[in-house]
Design a protein around this ligand. Structure first.
Ligand SMILES: *Cc1c(COP(=O)(O)O)cnc(C)c1O
Ligand code: SF4
Length: 361
């Protein structure tokens, strides 16, 4: 079947009714996300035996998973690696020593609302507290976004600070998930950032193109194409099964808009903590035009201890990955430490080759 149907295709008026219904737009998909454990378990033909655990974990952090992501889970498999990232468990109620609500000490740093200035020459704007999906391991699961959000004054104070600091060359949009915001607001924000002469790059940390690939629509690529800023999108994808055809086409739309695509994953027990899965993740990301960038150790956030992979095991895993893949497909194993101006890279000690990033586009 040709991809483009022309007007000259003679069609009976009723043909339109037999076409598959168009997918709801991304905003609708966002609003329709599954937010109830019973619905999720039924959707995946899973036993209601999982319900008490889900009910026990749910009050700690709401369940939230869009249909487009749930559709990539294996029905009937309680250990599905995508399900494991979103299904609340009773284990979340057990906190070993060292697990806290704010592991990176980002709350009450003082300073400008909505702005995190812990990295050199890079300013991080917390654009929104909302996400398309609630990941159980998220280090911000307890973050008081109502206090941190900068959109009361529409980012005025944060942008004024960036404009005043000539050393800032990169603005990072973070959250929550910045692509939860609509393109009118994002486009306007991008234009305000581009108006600051010393800023040359805009980086967006987002899971949305993976979770709801339809988010990458013409409105999004329009403002990305238009900006003078170099744009980098750091996707957040943890398992090869997250990369389906829809994600691949979202990635190519982003690349056609001139975006450099990187990925950061979190090393999660029972999700991706074996060399085969990590190698497959790198290969699949690259087949979608995305370079693996970071593999994070879990931040010790309350409720997520069951995802922990000890550092020594993590290093050994990464050595196995490095032995099998070309260097540019080996992510840097890193940990975020409170108060440090950059991540601590644990392995390997090589770098993503900047020339390669360019040529891969
Ligand atoms: C690590 C990190 C950064 C900045 O670190 P780089 O080493 O410049 O990539 C920014 N935002 C988020 C969310 C990060 O995890
Ligand atoms: S910030 Fe990222 S990891 Fe945390 S819930 Fe949102 S999408 Fe998931």
């Amino acid at each position: 079947m040709p991809l483009t149907a022309t007007r000259s295709d003679a069609r009976a008026p009723n043909d339109a009714m037999t076409e598959p219904p168009a997918r709801p737009d991304w905003r609708q998909q966002l609003a329709n996300a599954i937010q109830d454990p019973v619905t999720l378990l039924r959707r995946l033909s899973l036993s209601e035996d999982l319900l008490p655990g889900a009910r026990a974990g749910e009050p700690l952090f709401a369940l939230r998973v869009p249909e487009a992501f749930a559709a990539r889970m294996r029905p009937g498999d309680p250990d599905d690696p995508l399900l494991r990232q979103v299904l609340p468990l009773a284990a979340e109620r057990q906190d070993p020593p060292g697990y806290t609500a704010d592991p990176l000490a980002e709350v009450d740093r003082g300073g400008t609302p909505g702005l995190i200035e812990k990295y050199h020459a890079r300013s991080l704007l917390v654009t929104t507290g909302a996400c398309a999906i609630n990941c159980r391991y998220c280090f911000r699961r307890h973050f008081p976004y109502h206090r941190e959000r900068g959109d009361g004054g529409r980012w005025d104070a944060a942008l004024a600070r960036i404009a005043a600091d000539v050393e800032t060359t990169e603005v990072i949009l973070s959250g929550g998930d910045p692509l939860v915001l609509d393109d009118e607001r994002l486009g306007a924000l991008c234009r305000r950032i581009a108006a600051i002469g010393h800023v040359s790059r805009l980086r967006i940390h987002t899971r949305l193109p993976v979770v709801i690939p339809d988010r990458v629509d013409d409105r999004l690529t329009a403002w990305l194409r238009e900006t003078r800023l170099q744009t980098v999108v750091v996707l957040h994808c943890n398992h090869p099964a997250e990369v389906d055809d829809a994600v691949r086409s979202a990635s190519s739309r982003l690349r056609e808009a001139g975006v450099t695509l990187l990925n950061q994953a979190v090393l999660l027990a029972g999700v991706n903590d074996d060399p085969d899965t990590l190698c497959a993740l790198s290969e699949r990301l690259f087949s979608a035009g995305v370079l693996p960038y970071y593999l994070h150790l879990l931040d010790p956030v309350s409720g997520a201890a069951h995802f922990d992979v000890p550092e020594q095991r993590a290093r050994r895993l990464l050595e196995k990955v490095a032995a099998r893949l070309p260097g540019y497909l080996v992510p840097r194993l890193a940990r975020e430490e409170p108060g440090r101006p950059n991540k601590t890279v644990l392995a390997p000690d090589s770098h993503v080759d900047a020339d390669f990033v360019q040529n891969a586009r």
